[in-house]
Design a protein. Structure first.
Length: 465
């Protein structure tokens, strides 16, 4: 039987109508061309570059000595991230839609591409020494970071809910595996398992919401959904779909009440991975939320976001007050910051979008820097992650102490924050009085407590012996 006769068979056409039509267009002589145009590939150029370098890292890894391959593979991965960043600016020269209205290139998507790829590059840089100290194989590690970044980039440019789901899974599967990369530590495996189980459960909510939105509007394209919802005939099914989609994305951004996984996963996962997963996937998920809530005009969004934002800000800050572990403290801070960012969704579309984009970049810079300090300081097995281990750091390592202060400035709970991408002013609230606390005073306060540092140095000397 020839290909043409197989394609024209009634059984095949009845069983797979969409696939039949597409393959028939490609293979039957005389049919018009249906392959995507070259400009379509230019509009996903960063994703292609990241995928190629991810595969290159995986191919080169078996050819190198495991004990000395960390720098070489890290250099390849960092080169891939920088090449993808350059490809993003090249992609910006081709605005428009691609792949049959599934991807849109605009200033919004280019901004989040730059943000996500920059986060991945910093995470790769902070992993150079960490992987060697922790004795972790670098090939799969760097490959998963690059592949996960592909999903994050697609999330920011996709305007089709099914493609958003696929991109979300590409990003999630990579972070599920990366969270358990410290295989000698049971807490790392526990964090990976918790993240996987709860993440899969949340993804099911998101996918069910997509199905209900299709039932309410007849489409999964955000532009078509927006037209139907703005027509005034909004079904109750659309409200339920909005709630379910928000549940799935609320888990990814760690907003309350979908935040319970965050402290345990952050505590067990490798520190550079936590720096990546607390910023990159969160920024991409907020990009999706901005598209779904504003572009698609999702009904009933105000009260969902209002309640979640209030709970996140309250529970995140209150929970951080009693933490002694730095990574758990930053986890609760991440929950609180998700609430701060959700406040922008209650504003008018243009103001809310610009505010959320700026806050996402500022938060990412602070959080990646905070976990870079943690990964540098933690030593083998991440033994030094308690708050008391950082006392006196300013005398022993002033540069690291200043970096810690700059990064942790937005992380302290029970403090009124006024932050502009690294210029942080504290206003400490006390009973009946207010006092300002600058970065220099924080360094001096750390320098004044030297005994824990002596204990830390003694521990490290004993480890070397």
């Amino acid at each position: 039987m020839t290909i043409a006769s197989l394609l024209n068979s009634a059984v095949f056409a009845h069983s797979f109508p969409a696939l039949w039509a597409q393959v028939q267009t490609w293979l039957v002589p005389g049919a018009p061309a249906a392959l995507p145009m070259g400009v379509d590939y230019m509009r996903i150029l960063p994703e292609l570059v990241l995928s190629l370098f991810g595969m290159l890292v995986m191919v080169v890894d078996p050819l190198l000595d495991p004990d000395s391959s960390h720098e070489s593979l890290g250099a390849i991965a960092l080169t891939g991230a920088l090449a993808a960043l350059a490809a993003t600016f090249w992609m910006a020269r081709y605005p428009g839609v691609a792949f049959y209205n599934m991807v849109r290139v605009e200033a919004f998507s280019v901004y989040f591409h730059v943000l996500v790829i920059a986060i991945a590059a910093v995470a790769i840089l902070s992993s150079f020494e960490y992987l060697k100290v922790q004795r972790i194989r670098a090939g799969e590690y760097y490959g998963l970071i690059l592949f996960g970044t592909v999903g994050m980039c697609l999330m920011s440019s996709a305007i089709e809910l099914v493609l958003i789901f696929i991109a979300l899974e590409i990003s999630s599967i990579s972070t599920y595996i990366l969270a358990g990369f410290r295989r000698r530590d049971a807490s790392s495996s526990e964090s990976s398992l918790k993240y996987f189980l709860l993440g899969s459960f949340a993804t099911a909510f998101f996918l069910y919401g997509v199905a209900l939105m299709f039932g309410a509007t007849g489409s999964t394209n955000l532009d078509a959904i927006s037209q139907v919802l703005r027509s005034g005939n909004v079904l109750v099914l659309a409200y339920v779909a909005t709630a379910l989609i928000f549940v799935g994305l609320g888990f990814k951004v760690a907003s309350a009440p979908f935040h319970v996984w965050t402290p345990d996963v952050y505590e067990g996962a490798p520190a550079p991975v936590v720096g990546l997963m607390s910023t990159g996937p969160k920024a991409a998920a907020f990009a999706v939320l901005l598209r779904v809530m504003f572009e698609a005009n999702a009904p009933g969004r105000f009260w969902l976001i209002w309640v979640s934002a209030a709970l996140s800000m309250t529970l995140g800050n209150v929970g951080a007050l009693v933490q002694n572990n730095v990574k758990r403290l930053l986890a609760y801070s991440s929950i609180a910051h998700a609430g701060y960012l959700l406040v922008a969704f209650a504003a008018e579309r243009q103001l809310g979008t610009s505010a959320a984009m700026f806050y996402a970049a500022s938060y990412a810079a602070m959080n990646v820097g905070a976990f870079a300090v943690v990964s540098h300081f933690a030593n083998f097995g991440e033994k030094y992650v308690a708050l008391e281990d950082y006392a006196g750091l300013g005398r022993r390592s002033p540069v690291l102490a200043v970096a810690r202060c700059c990064s942790f400035a937005t992380k302290r709970s029970a403090i009124t924050r006024t932050s502009t991408s690294g210029c942080v002013t504290y206003t400490m609230r006390s009973t009946g009085s207010r006092s300002s606390c600058s970065l220099s005073s924080l360094v001096r306060r750390s320098c004044s407590r030297r005994k824990p540092v002596c204990r830390l140095l003694a521990r490290r000397r004993s480890l070397r012996v």
